[in-house]
Write a protein that binds this ligand. Structure first.
Ligand SMILES: CCCCCCCC(=O)SCCNC(=O)CCNC(=O)[C@H](O)C(C)(C)COP(=O)(O)OP(=O)(O)OC[C@H]1O[C@@H](n2cnc3c(N)ncnc32)[C@H](O)[C@@H]1OP(=O)(O)O
Length: 172
């Protein structure tokens, strides 16, 4: 079932203290993407800014596209894990995933002059690994990229808002 814009619950709003450049609602210099469920698929709609351009100013930069796809895929894995446990994103013990692998195929140039849409579907899942396939569309409905995002469940230290490396043995 499709949610209207006013009814949408965004995954990222429940990920308290997330400083990620792409999806962290607590990173005010980041992209701050927002993702939501549309039935079994997850959707992210993002309005690129003029400085997200490639060399031609009307084409969107590939790294920024990858960041949106990456973060939408990982946040979808997190939201799926909460949903499987019957919890709202962010309720109770934290569930956190990180990108293990990201593949993006750039099929066509993406127009920068309107909102882009990433639409993801779950294709593989184990207790630890989740794969989402992602289609990426320009505002005129052209499928410009297809991608896969493999996310791995990571320990709660990854969600420490003061940092990860102090939890990791420097020799490991
Ligand atoms: C709210 C937060 C949202 C954040 C969204 C943004 C996401 C990010 O940018 S995160 C930052 C970028 N990613 C990283 O820095 C991750 C760095 N990598 C790591 O820390 C580790 O390699 C990590 C955590 C991914 C996996 O380590 P670990 O948990 O020890 O995995 P490991 O036990 O070796 O492997 C588990 C399974 O995953 C598979 N696997 C692990 N890495 C990969 C890989 N790169 N490609 C394919 N498969 C892999 C293994 O083959 C294994 O499979 P199986 O269970 O079938 O045997």
């Amino acid at each position: 079932m499709s949610q209207s814009e006013l009814e949408r619950t965004y995954f990222q709003d429940g990920l308290h203290g997330n400083h990620c450049y792409g999806c962290g609602a607590w990173n005010d210099k980041g992209l701050q993407i927002k993702s939501f469920w549309d039935g079994d698929e997850s959707v992210c709609i993002y309005q690129p800014k003029p400085h997200h351009s490639a060399m031609p100013p009307d084409v969107m930069n590939g790294g920024t596209i990858a960041a949106i796809i990456d973060c939408h895929g990982v946040c979808s894995a997190i939201a799926d894990a909460y949903r499987t446990e019957g919890r709202e994103v962010g309720d109770g013990e934290k569930i956190w995933y990180a990108t293990a692998s990201l593949t993006v195929n750039y099929r066509k140039p993406t127009r920068i002059d309107g909102p882009v849409t990433a639409r993801a579907r779950l294709t593989e899942k184990t207790d630890k690994k989740t794969m989402f396939e992602v289609d990426f569309f320009s505002h005129d409905g052209v499928l410009t990229c297809d991608a896969s995002v493999l996310s791995l469940r990571v320990p709660s230290e990854w969600a420490d808002p003061t940092g990860l490396f102090k939890h990791i043995d420097s020799n490991s």
